[in-house]
Ligand binder design. Structure first.
Ligand code: GLG
Length: 832
């Protein structure tokens, strides 16, 4: 090999400061095409990202090659969302070269933190479901599991949120505008995906009835690969995202007609398929484009999985031993019908055999019990868009119901609940039922949620298949959410117990004994204060509001949704505001209420609650009579990057959903791990957080899921009575209804007041109000005693080890997927 080439080869891999610096300077000129004097911050970001990327490519290929050579069983995580956020800090930390990179940049006169700021967020998700998928990718790579993520490369991520006169306004999020240095386009990895057309019946070579899907429209799915660096950089997995491309033959037809412009127009329309992420969280639009997106990425992924499998196998018998496919919610559930179609129609496998293979390969995670979020596609739409799949679904259903009929003994109501088709009114395909039936395992995301799944949505299926439902309580990656997001605390922890916790979070338990150590407490507080200062500066930049660093930072960050009850929080803030004004001589614990979260653009109630929070904030923050003891801020454009600043700085974590409605929550885990105390209902994973941190170290309030159920069922709940008997609640609501916070439009909040009264207060805000205020009071009282508060905060951090997504992912691997760690072989590194 040419010596110069060889030396560059080595340089590309070099992890020391000099090697990095040389690569940066070279990349800036030869790949970004800029001179150091003219380079912008963004140019430097691209430069650094490309140089870092060089350092992981060899190991990435080694990983892929090892999986291939060993024909290892892979797990394929199919998800319509991957909320990954920024990748530079993550890649550096997982490769273990953050310090070297910082020094190398230093020598060029640059600051790593500034360079990091130039990276846009990859916001390919709405909230918890998408972020969970991203944490799982990190954990699979860190646990050396052969795991692939499959999703869509949306050109527009989740919208950018701004506030105009206190109202949410959405702007497009053009994260790819300046290019994405992390992705590798694979124009040769291209699969056709069809829509519409009709099904033709024919006789196959042995005279059997067979079907083919004809006259369909074709779109191509093109792959873009992003390396997923595991902690330590040993395993580097792949996230493969699909982008829609028009087929060439499709255009040629029009060329021949001379309709050139029309052809180009068609091309644009076709490629709209991967243009934008649906901005709904937990509710479905029922739109045809959404169904097409779901089928598009699922079909491309399955074709890719089968192609990979067929490199080593000549029939499909051992597919379940070589591939586990996880459905992240029902979004990819059409994959069950698609795998049946591919096996039966394209590969000639018999129906029964194909069904056994399908069921043994798929498993499904349910993320919500909210009825409006359970996908159900109109049969008429399915018949039009995916005619062959509709037939296959009918066939699966007929076989299943026939079998069940024997046991249902004339219980027709039960049979109609089990059916894949909802026959009431406009007929619909129940994707949850399809996902359940076509999977060998079905899981919920917290102990309570899994229990409720058995009792409610899947009660009949559970009776039919009692072994199928299992629990996998969610987790979060300690790399991003503690090691990278919270350098002061991470350094403190490492100084006491070493850095083993980054890889094995259960080790953090050793901190518990430090809770009684005064020096440690002091340092823990100092770390928190540093983070609070950083957040205070961020708040000032974003909102112009000055907050006291030593006030209690009370944080509710998550999507805006009625069931999450930001309304309960702001009502308590109004009540506190009134108390402070009524009792000006009392020495109040200063409180800063911090909110952040986006509302779905069509969710009017959630947008009205945003406006209410902003309106209340304006009044409270400008009222001198509360002496700065209460500040309220709603930070715009909550995303992964904002979360990384907020989580480490929180004192109190608001997890106040109506019990039974939040499947798990994962923000609750991030906040507790970073030493916030939780104020919450016994909902989702809060229940398990309480078990781990201990009931003395958490503020639990409100109705339980069972009580909520009973109260709703009794029909006897009257919010007006509750309001009448609670003067501080009544006063807060009166202030809203008389326009104290909206003098320009006193009736603005009528819909909210209506929902809380005549509307029956479905989310039981009024029912939990008084208990919530008491819990808030207890938190404020405790905060006065900084030693005691810190002790409990330390115990929270120390006891959150179980909530690592590494633990979650290993449970999936052993109990659902039967996938095992594979150590990549790195031949290049042993060469001399
Ligand atoms: C859901 C739920 C959350 C859950 C998350 C991940 O609402 O409670 O933590 O998935 O399982 N749609 C979601 O974000």
């Amino acid at each position: 090999m040419d010596a110069r080439y060889k030396s560059r080869e080595i340089e590309r891999r070099s992890l020391d400061v000099d090697g990095l610096k040389r690569s940066f300077l070279e990349w800036l000129v030869y790949s970004v095409g800029k001179d150091a004097r003219a380079a912008t911050r963004r140019d430097w970001f691209h430069t650094v990202a490309l140089a870092v990327r060089d350092r992981l490519v060899d190991r990435w290929m080694d990983t892929t090659r090892t999986y291939y050579q060993q024909d290892a069983k892979r797990v394929y995580y199919l998800s319509l969302e991957f909320l990954i956020g920024r990748l530079l800090t993550n890649s550096l930390a997982n490769l273990g070269i953050t310090d070297q990179c910082r020094q190398a940049l230093d020598r060029i006169g640059l600051n790593l933190d500034d360079v990091v700021e130039a990276e846009p967020d990859a916001a390919l998700g709405n909230g918890g479901l998408g972020r969970l998928a991203a944490c799982f990718l990190d954990s699979m790579a860190s646990e050396a599991l052969p795991g692939y993520g499959y999703g869509i490369r949306y050109e527009f991520g989740l919208f950018e949120q701004r506030f105009e006169h206190g109202w949410q306004v959405e702007y497009p999020e053009q994260w790819l505008q300046f290019g994405n240095p992390w992705e590798f386009p694979r124009p040769e990895v291209l699969y056709p995906v069809q829509f519409y057309g009709r099904v033709e019946e024919f006789r196959d070579s042995v005279g059997e009835r067979a079907y083919r899907w004809v006259d369909a429209e074709r779109v191509l799915a093109m792959a873009y690969d992003t390396p997923v660096v595991g902690y330590g950089g040993d395993t580097i997995n792949t996230l493969r995202l699909w982008s829609a491309r028009a087929t060439r033959d499709f255009n040629f037809g029009h060329f021949n007609d001379g309709a050139y412009m029309k052809a180009v127009e068609q091309k644009v329309l076709t490629e709209n398929l991967s243009r934008v992420l649906y901005p709904n969280d937990a509710t479905e639009g029922g739109k045809e484009l959404r169904l097409k997106q779901e089928y598009f990425f699922t079909s491309a992924s399955l074709q890719d999985i089968l192609r990979r499998y067929l490199q080593h196998h000549s029939n499909f018998d051992s597919l379940p031993d070589k591939a586990a496919i996880q459905l992240n919610d029902t979004h990819p559930a059409i994959g069950i019908a698609e795998l049946m179609r591919l096996l039966v129609d394209q590969h000639g496998v018999t129906w029964d055999k194909a069904w056994d293979i399908t069921r043994a390969t798929f498993s499904y995670t349910n993320h919500t019990l909210l009825p409006e979020a359970l996908e159900a596609w109109p049969v008429r739409m399915m018949e039009r868009v995916l005619p062959r799949h509709m037939q296959i679904i009918y066939e699966i259903n007929a076989k299943f119901l026939n079998r069940s009929k024997a046991r249902a003994a004339g219980d027709n109501a039960r049979l109609s609940r089990l059916s894949l088709i909802d026959e009431r009114g406009d007929r619909r395909v129940r994707m949850g039922n399809l996902a359940f039936l076509g999977s060998h395992k079905v899981n919920g995301v917290s102990a309570l949620h899994t229990e409720l799944m058995k009792q409610t949505v899947f009660a009949d299926f559970h009776a039919e298949f009692p072994e199928r439902i299992n629990n996998k309580t969610n987790g979060i990656t300690p790399r991003r959410w503690l090691h990278q997001a919270n350098p002061p605390l991470a350094a403190l922890i490492t100084s006491r117990i070493g850095n083993g916790w980054i890889k094995d979070l259960s080790q953090i338990k050793a901190l518990a004994e430090k809770a009684d150590d005064l020096v440690f407490r002091e340092e823990f507080r100092r770390a928190k204060r540093k983070n609070k200062k950083r957040l205070a500066a961020y708040i000032a930049r974003q909102t112009g509001v000055d907050v006291q660093v030593d006030s209690l930072f009370d944080v509710q960050v998550k999507r805006m949704h009625e069931y999450k009850r930001q309304l309960l929080n702001i009502l308590q803030a109004i009540a506190l505001y009134n108390e402070m004004r009524d009792n000006p001589t009392v020495s109040w614990v200063p409180v800063t209420k911090i909110f952040a979260g986006k509302a779905a653009p069509s969710y009017h109630m959630a947008k009205l609650i945003i406006k209410l929070i902003n309106d209340v904030a304006k009044v409270v923050n400008h009222d001198p009579s509360v002496h700065d003891n209460l500040k309220i801020v709603l930070l715009p454009n909550y995303n992964v990057t904002a979360a990384e600043i907020i989580m480490p700085a929180a004192d109190l974590s608001e997890q106040i959903s109506t019990a039974g409605m939040e499947a798990s929550g994962t923000g609750n885990m991030k906040l507790a791990l970073n030493g916030a105390l939780t104020i919450g209902t016994l909902d989702g994973a809060n229940v398990e957080i309480r078990e781990h941190v201990g009931e003395d170290n958490i503020f639990i309030f409100g109705l339980t899921a069972e009580e909520v159920n009973d109260l709703r069922a009794s029909g006897g709940f009257n919010p007006r009575d509750v309001i009448a008997s609670n003067p501080s609640l009544k006063r807060a609501l009166d202030m809203i209804s008389t326009g104290v916070f909206s003098p320009d439009d006193p009736h603005r909040y009528h819909p909210i007041l209506q929902a809380l009264t005549d509307g029956g207060d479905h989310f039981l805000v009024t029912a939990d109000f008084s208990d919530y205020c008491q819990a808030q009071q207890a938190a404020m009282d405790l905060y006065r005693d900084q030693e005691e508060w810190t002790r409990k905060a330390i115990l929270n951090t120390a006891n959150m080890g179980w909530f690592s997504s590494d633990r979650t992912i290993m449970e999936y691997a052993t109990e659902i997927w039967d996938v095992h760690p594979v150590k990549p072989e790195h031949p290049a590194e042993t060469e001399t």
